[in-house]
Design a protein. Sequence first.
Length: 212
Amino acid sequence: MQTDTIDGDTINRFADEDSIEKDPLTDEPILTTVCHMRGIVDNFSDPISSILAKLYEVLLIRININIDIKLLMNVRKELYNKRNKVFDDDFFMVFEREENLNEASKDEDIYERVERMLFDIQNETPDNLIIYDDLAKMTNMDVKILANCCRDLAEIEVEYLFSEIGYPERMEKFANIIATYTDKMKEHLLTYGITKQNFDYKLACRYLKCVY
């Protein structure tokens, strides 16, 4: 398992944990893989859902290798303060947050990079489309479904970072988006005879680990 430590916290870099479950209809054993992520998106045991969530996290990791939900929360605070010019935290909390952001990115404005990447995802820029296309070629996933899913997640992220919604609503919306696009992707994959049982999850994971 590959891990890193940030501010004393250990985060998993897409560590996978396999377990055997039984199909409730056929009683047949099914290999289920849980992908432990960075808290940006929930973990999913369903392989299609897991890849959709992991894809979105990978796009954000390309901004900065250390990005996780804690860093996004700090970005949210900085964006709020930057736009409202109101520092309602005490000095030490502000200092700690700024130190966290500076450690994450010494030579760049991290929150401007986050903003730009989210807008790039929404606008389906060529560098992101290449990733969708590569993933689709390996797994028969649909490029447009991948792009639309990431676009909708990015739109929710923008709402969250600009304080239009809170963390619980963000996570609920993320789960709903993943569920919606998982159903769409499963329907698409069935045209190729691919189900979650024979979907090449590990190949998709290996590719995404190479992207960042």
